[in-house]
Design a protein around this ligand. Structure first.
Ligand SMILES: NC(=O)c1ccc[n+]([C@@H]2O[C@H](COP(=O)([O-])OP(=O)(O)OC[C@H]3O[C@@H](n4cnc5c(N)ncnc54)[C@H](OP(=O)(O)O)[C@@H]3O)[C@@H](O)[C@H]2O)c1
Length: 222
């Protein structure tokens, strides 16, 4: 991969993807907004281009994935499998970042993990071993990413995936965007980050938080 990869955000028309795309564009990355509908992608890309003051392309998801070095998927769990199927061929050999939380509306404050164990595990199974699936960003509220004056150092990111180098790429990418990111083990460990989101949504409601996140405490040396 090049030093500054072209990054496609599938579902970049939405809240989380739009926020990530905004942060990536500000950090100097070449960003492609992906959507199920080309026109919607182009509209979102034009809006981001104006906001960021740089060129942003909008493409249908499979074309966006094909044109990118690294692909980030930010779609609702209901669309997880069809979106994966639509880009399976295009992401072979690439790093594929899955931010999906397997929420089952309306009970989004209750942990309801899918049959495969986690959304990221299901991505790895469906895309195959030639795709380096890395899970990240499930515990970062979109509002923080979308803000003009984002204070992202308050947001820790658990990064899971079977390929340590791919994980490292995503840890560094997150850090470049100003977040605090951690290697958190193999793709199966994504179940923890994914399930934590329902806890955070519950806490947002219970304590009226604008967007709870997590912070890892390293602990004191003995
Ligand atoms: N929002 C957050 O704060 C947050 C934080 C952490 C993780 N997440 C996770 O990130 C993923 C995206 O969340 P989001 O809040 O960004 O979602 P969203 O805004 O509702 O949707 C993101 C995009 O997904 C596409 N999409 C595909 N199938 C869809 C469907 N059946 N219904 C609606 N949109 C569909 C849409 O793009 P096109 O129509 O252009 O294809 C939409 O713009 C979810 O898995 C969520 O749990 C969200």
């Amino acid at each position: 991969m090049t030093d500054s990869p072209t990054i496609a955000v599938l579902g970049g028309t939405g809240d989380l993807g739009g926020g990530l795309a905004w942060q990536l564009a500000q950090a100097g990355y070449t960003v492609i907004i992906g959507s199920r509908a080309l026109e919607k992608a182009e509209t979102a890309a034009a809006a981001l281009a104006e906001r960021a003051g740089k060129h942003v392309r909008g493409l249908a998801n499979p074309d966006a994935a094909a044109a990118a070095d690294l692909v980030i998927m930010t779609v609702p769990f209901a669309s997880h499998k069809p979106t994966l199927e639509s880009v399976r061929a295009a992401v072979q050999g690439k790093i594929f970042v899955d931010a999906t939380v397997p929420l089952v509306p309306p009970k989004v404050m209750r942990v309801q993990m899918p049959q495969g164990g986690s959304a990221a595990r299901e991505s790895q199974d469906l895309l195959g071993e030639n795709v380096r699936v890395v899970s990240a960003f499930q515990n970062v509220a979109a509002d923080h990413l979308n803000a003009d004056d984002a204070y992202l150092d308050q947001c820790d990111v658990l990064v899971c995936g079977n390929d340590p180098e791919a994980r490292e790429t995503v840890v560094r990418l997150s850090e470049e965007l100003g977040m605090c990111a951690w290697h958190a083990g193999p793709v199966d460990n994504a179940a923890v980050a994914e399930s934590l989101t329902s806890v955070l949504i519950f806490m947002n409601k219970r304590y009226k938080f604008p967007g709870a996140g997590i912070k890892i405490m390293a602990g004191k040396a003995a």
